[in-house]
Design a binder for this molecule. Sequence first.
Ligand code: DAT
Ligand code: MG
Length: 143
Amino acid sequence: MIKPDGVQRGLVSEIIGRFERRGYRLVAMKLVQPSKQLAEQHYDDLRERSFFPVLTDFLSSSPVVAMVWSGEDIVVQGRAMIGATNPLKSAPGTIRGDLAIVTGKNIIHGSDSVESAEKEIALWFNDDELCTYEKCTETWIYE
Ligand code: DAT
Ligand code: MG
């Protein structure tokens, strides 16, 4: 998910382009301004953290781009492409390492496991919003 700061800064195409160019398949996408309640559900595991109110206010402050990407090892590879939570600790070449500076404005969320990806997909999308198709380039991407 491209967070409000990524959308406001005009980084949508830059971020989507990285996943597209890598060869991953876009399965679902929408621009949506989440309610505070949806933001709280999304970050449910961080409810006890001191920054939870600020984080969920921020997430619901402006539209986000929610996406589902699929392909070989997408969760692990997606996290690697995104970089560390603190952009100052993200390697150059990663999305946060190239495009962000502080933790509270780190422009993108990525699911941290297949299990949380499944939960988050169910939270953000209806089943009929997920597209099943093959990309014509896939025979040129996979062996
Ligand atoms: P990530 O987004 O890398 O999965 P996370 O799940 O630990 O990181 O935290 C979710 C978001 O919460 C993170 O992207 C930015 C914010 N956050 C995390 N740790 C924080 C902290 N110590 N202070 C302020 N915001 C923080
Ligand atoms: Mg996380």
